[in-house]
Design a protein around this ligand. Structure first.
Ligand code: FES
Length: 115
């Protein structure tokens, strides 16, 4: 594991997120109240592009089936917006899995992620 520069601070407004590619790996980078968070950009449900989702506080919502994860530690807040039988069947095939998160540090204007 080592810290890799993925962006500069001026690339991220407050309460926004971007996707960065590092060695072919998609990383989600978010800025909330001058704190930076990083996680896999692909949703652990079915690979939705999280950078195209929405961000409220540190909670990212997947654009595909609206699973929600807290970027602070990746825990699942909501596993899809399926309901009823669809939810039960969905959980059999895809049980809830947290989002993998990465440590972030800022050095000057550089935002570095521990990959
Ligand atoms: S792919 Fe993200 S909720 Fe289904």
């Amino acid at each position: 594991m080592s810290f890799v520069e993925v962006a500069t601070t001026d690339e991220l407004r407050d309460s926004s997120m971007i996707m960065a590619k590092v060695n072919g790996h998609e990383i989600l980078l978010a800025r909330v109240d001058d704190n930076y968070y990083s996680a896999d950009n692909r949703c652990p449900h079915m690979g939705g592009n999280l950078s195209q989702g929405t961000l409220e506080g540190t909670v990212v919502t997947c654009p595909r089936h609206h699973s929600q994860f807290d970027l602070a530690d990746g825990h699942v807040i909501r596993w899809t917006d399926f309901s009823g039988i669809k939810k039960s069947i969905g959980k059999l095939f895809k049980s809830p899995r947290p989002l993998k998160t990465y440590q972030v540090k800022v050095e000057g204007e550089k935002v570095l992620v521990d990959l």
